[in-house]
Design a protein around this ligand. Structure first.
Ligand code: ADP
Ligand code: TRP
Length: 331
């Protein structure tokens, strides 16, 4: 049985793609293990893109409320905010001293932005080192992530290997768990659903808003009477990801037969989203309306996370020769 860990950057409000593509599979993986899993809101990483304090805080609560609403059990697992465990930034420093410059210069997250170096902060450049610290601090074994994080996991393993070779066996080498089977959900404009494209469906938020967004889904101009190809239609693909199999098959037949308009399909999609996420929507609303309850959950999580963190950090300090600091203490 393995220790599962994943981080969720609080750079926006989670959408349907995040729920089906990341949150639910991670919770399922955690539930399949007998060890408590570690889930954290990566607010320090979000600082590489967000400079508005109230936005950062709002996103943190939105992400926290979403995970709890989607069924993360904070009594069984360790759910916390990255910045509540300051040990992680200390470990990131030690790891950064073992990280070769070219490894970071080759990372996709940096390369994407490197056309305009004046816009690249040192934080963005060292993003993968902080991520390695997130994972190694808790001796995680399985890290569920999207394919886009593959390189970050390789960097983590390389850094852990370098540390173990230099200072003796200290860190477990984590394995990524990719969600191959989950398809990439399209957004309302047909491109990948992503907060960067403003094409998302916020399925836990206000229903009128959701209804409006569903009506805006881009479709082709095929007339109502004509048969339609379900696989090419964003409305159908979204419906297929949330509705029961029999209902999906029924809609497929309607598309193929003709006489069924996109407007009707959109109404069916809206109803499916409304129904499928009703309990989560209610739970989300409750967590959002009670930030102090959410804070209490995160604080309990932070205490549990810190007790693991100080143990690892104590071993690390001793291994690297910072002997005077070798006794871990909880402040
Ligand atoms: P965004 O593209 O909105 O910025 P993130 O990159 O923060 O989303 O996504 C976090 C995780 O959510 C990704 O690693 C991926 O696994 C999942 N995810 C994001 N968008 C989608 C999508 N459209 N379909 C399926 N999964 C997605
Ligand atoms: N970089 C990850 C993302 O953008 C978020 C993250 C931060 C993370 N620290 C992590 C994921 C540690 C897994 C493990 O999705």
């Amino acid at each position: 049985m393995s220790r599962v860990l994943t981080g969720i950057q609080s750079s926006g409000k989670p959408h349907l793609g995040n729920l089906l593509g990341a949150i639910s599979p991670a919770i399922e993986l955690a539930e399949s293990q007998s060890e408590p899993a570690y889930f954290f809101i990566a607010d320090l990483h979000a600082l590489t893109s967000i400079r508005d304090p109230s936005q950062l805080q709002g996103n943190t609560y939105a992400v926290g409320a979403t995970w709890l609403a989607c069924g993360l059990n904070p009594d069984k697992h360790v759910f916390f905010r990255q910045s509540d465990v300051p040990e992680v930034t200390e470990l990131a420093w030690y790891l950064s001293c073992l990280t070769p410059y070219p490894m970071l210069a080759n990372s996709h997250s940096f390369k994407e932005k490197s056309a305009n170096l004046a816009e690249v902060s040192a934080g963005l450049f060292t993003y993968p080192v902080l991520m390695a610290a997130d994972i190694l601090l808790y001796q995680a074994e399985l890290v569920p992530v999207g394919k886009d994080q593959k390189q970050h996991l390789e960097i983590t393993r390389d850094i852990a290997g370098a540390f173990n070779r230099t200072y003796g066996e200290t860190f477990k080498l984590p394995e990524p768990v990719f969600r191959e089977e989950v398809m990439v959900l399209p957004g309302i404009d047909g491109r990948k659903m992503s907060k960067s494209y403003d094409n998302t469906l916020d399925v836990l938020g206000d229903l009128d808003e959701l209804h409006k967004r569903v009506k805006r889904i881009v479709t082709d101009p095929t007339p109502v009477a004509a048969p339609k190809d379900p696989e090419k239609c964003t409305v159908f693909r979204l419906y297929a990801s949330v509705a029961p199999a029999a209902a999906v098959e029924e809609m497929r037949q309607r598309y193929l037969a003709g006489g069924y308009g996109y407007g009707q399909a959109k109404e069916a999609l809206f109803e499916a989203l409304r129904e499928r996420f009703a309990p989560q929507r209610e739970a989300y609303r409750e967590w959002r309306s009670d930030p102090s309850a959410l804070e209490r959950v995160l604080q309990i999580g932070a205490e549990k996370a810190r007790s693991t963190a100080v143990q690892t950090l104590g071993r690390v300090r001793q291994a690297i020769g910072l002997l005077s600091l070798s006794k871990p203490t909880l402040s």
